[in-house]
Write a protein of this length. Sequence first.
Length: 420
Amino acid sequence: MLSKIITGTALSIAVAFASAAQTKEIPDTSYQLPPLLMTRSGKAIHTAADWEKWRRPEILAMFGQYVYGKTPAKKIPLHFVTISINPAVLNGAATRKQVRVYFSKDEKYYMDILLYLPNINKPAPVFLGLNFGGNQAIHADTGILISKRWFRYGEGAAYTDHYATEASRGTQSADWPVEEIIKRGYGLATIYYGDLQPDSSNSVNAGIAPLFYKNGQTKPAPGEWGAIGVWAWGLSRAMDYLETDPAVDAKKVAVIGHSRLGKTALWAGAQDKRFAFVISNDSGEGGAAITRRKYGETITKINKAFPHWFCDNYKAYNDREDELPVDFHELIALIAPRPVYVASASEDQWADPTGEYLSAWHAGEVYKLYGLTGLPGPVPPPVSRPVGNGSIGYHLREGGHAMRLYDWQQYLDFADRVLR
Ligand code: GCU
């Protein structure tokens, strides 16, 4: 009824008001962040070499121990099978490949990479990201295999009883402007995140985690990885494949993700230095946002709604943000000196745009050790004014929680500068 009588701007104000109402109106500003340039034992960090020797490993280990859980060190043998290749898709502008990456000899565990590469006669830089809807959802291209996995989406024509149908093709193409990416000379590699672990609280054993269980183990230990850790591991395995593909410039791979998959991209980029550029789109709590602000989503809220995303140790910090040994500016700092881009959306208060900006700004302290430039200052820019002409970029898109053409255009422009 209400939507019938309010229209246009009035409707968007109503929507913005509704989402603000879900968040705490006033962020905590009295917090003290863990200092980036001081080890836990009190050693001051003055150089990039000291950062890499003392502080970076300590922060990385803490994100493993307290937040995402530790990623197993065990290397497993992979094999790659090209399932299909079409050298002339998108009106001849691109080659489409689908590559199955097997994680076990018995071929029980695998993920499917969908790859679009520009037909440019030289290795292409590539954006790599996990997707929510299955590879077939990112583009209407009927050559894409429809995922047979389980989906969180349960009802409707596109996903019926949690399985994808023909109607799911291209349903998320607004988040993946493939033509634009190809036109700009970049490739795109994407994988359905459910290939690695279903995004559901009781499905850890339906993913790849059991491949790493030891001696009768039935679930990850409290300091071992949660689903975000598993998804991030999958991005590194995709990188293993990309390094073998002569059409890919593996020194120029940007890892990207939206929302929970933005948290995942940051964690993948923090751990795996092969990612040359890291992009967080609306990653929010447990991603780019400063958790000590307690604005929008909080640790308690995220652990209640998604108990499987982080490690069990993280639950000890429910309502105790200030005691967490890390905060998320440190996650971004782990990416230094590689370029990083953080983006927010104006109506996405749940993800705390200001907290996302501040993280990226604080991380600049570490970039400075390398002689690199971060963001200009502590005040976030207005909507549609991208900032950062050094190694850290940020923008606030007008609108809601999504990854849109505007976001991609900023990432492409930034990539043109930092990857080429
Ligand atoms: C929920 C969740 C967020 C997450 C988002 C998403 O809103 O609370 O933390 O980022 O889903 O993944 O879309």
